[in-house]
Design a protein around this ligand. Sequence first.
Ligand code: GUN
Ligand code: ZN
Length: 441
Amino acid sequence: MYPTDSRVLRAELLSFDADPGEGDTPAEGSVRHIKDGALWVENGRIRAVDHFERLAPTFPAGLEVIDHRGKLIMPGFIDSHVHYVQLEIMASFGRQLLDWLNEYTFPEECRFANHEHAEAISHAFLDEMLKVGTTTAQVFCSSHPVSVDAFFSASRRRDLRMLAGKVLMDRHAPKVLTDDTQGGIRDTERLIADWHGKGRLGYSLTPRFAPTSSRAQLDATGGLMRNDPSLWLQTHLAENTGELDWVAELFPESRDYLAVYEQSGLVGPRSTFAHGVHLDQQMRGRLAERGANLAFCPSSNLFLGSGLFDRLAAREVGLNITYASDVGAGTDLSGLATLKAAYQVGQLRSQPLTAWQGFHGLTLGNARALSLDDQIGRLAPGMEADFVVLDPAATPLLARRTARSHSLSETLFAVMLLGDDRTVAETWAGGHRQHVRHAHG
Ligand code: GUN
Ligand code: ZN
C-alpha cells in the first residue's frame, strides 16, 4: 500500500474560482467543472485535482481509488450563521422575533448551563450538519462558557473547521442568561485563549444583538476586536420591525441600528451581521465599505415573518452576502433548503437566484466573506479536504428530473429545489469520510 493517508475519488467535480455573476451563463473563468475527474486527497488536504485520465498515470502503485462516477463532488457547504443551542426548538409555532425569543429561545438556552446537555446537543448538531453536507459553520453557543467548551471540543474531535462564540448579553434576558459586563468579557478572553486558532477552530465574538447588550458591553467587545484582528464577530442586525423600534428607543443617540455597532467598533471585514432585512441603501453602503457581510437567512425570515431580503440591493453596493440557516428560527439545516428558500424569496422580489449563484454562495462565496478562502471553499491543491458527494439521482423523483436535464445548470437547479439529506451520499472533512448515507428504502 502507498504509505500515507492518501486516496483518490473519481467523480464529476464542480468548484468555483470566482463569483459567477447573476446571468444564466456563469462569468468566464468562474466555474471549474470536470465531468470525469480525480480528486486526490492526502493527509487532510487536496493534493491534486484533474481529469481522471490525465492524473491516473501519476498514481503510485496501490493507491486507493474510490469510484463515485455518476455522483457530483463539490466543496463542503458552509453555514455562516446558526445557533446550535436552538436545535431542539426548531419549528416552534406562531411567533415573530421578540416573542419567539422570550417564549421559546431564552428558556431553551438556559439548559446549556449543564455540560452534559451541551455536549449531547453539540454532537447531535454536528451529526445533522454532516448529514446535509455542511462542513463549516459560524455558530452561536449560549451565554454559558461550558456551551462553548462542549461545542469546540466536539468539533475538534471530528477535525472540523468551525467558528463559534459565547453569547454576550448583559440586559433584557432572563437573569441566568445575563453576564455582568466585565465577567462576560473575562469569560470570552478565557475561551479565546483556550480555543482560538487551536487546530481548525476560530473564535467569533458574539454579542447577541443591540437590545441585549449595554453600550459598555458593546464597547468592551470592540476592544477585544481591536486587540486581536484575527478574531471574528457575529451578531444580528435589522431582522424585524419590532426590533428596529426597540433599538431606536434604547439607543436614541445613534442615527440608525447599524450606527449602534459602528460606534463600538464592531463593523469590520470579519464581522457577520445576520439578516439585514430592513436596511436602507446608505446602511448597506457603510457595511460594504468596511468589508463586512450580511448573512441571508431565507428560511428563518419566512418562518418568523421577518421580511423579504433584498439581495440585489446589497449586491449593487458591493456588499458581501453569505448564506445561512439560522436554525432554530430557520426551518432546515440543509444548505440546499437554504438555497431553495432563497430562490423563493428572490421570486417574490423578482430577483430569482440562479443555481450558479447559489452554489457559489454556499462554497467559495461564504468562505471568502468569512476570510476562510485560503483554507476551504474550493477543490484545489493545498486546500483542506472538506467536500460533499452529491447524488443527483438519489430518489426516484430526482432521478427522473435530472435524467431529463440538458445542462449542468439545469441539474444543479433540480438538486437545489428537490434535494435534501438523501441527496448527500457522503460528507468528507479533514480528509476523512465523516458521513455516509444509508438508504432506508
Ligand atoms: N436576534 C437576537 N437573537 C436572535 C436569535 O436567536 N435568532 C434570531 N433569528 N434572531 C435573533
Ligand atoms: Zn440568528
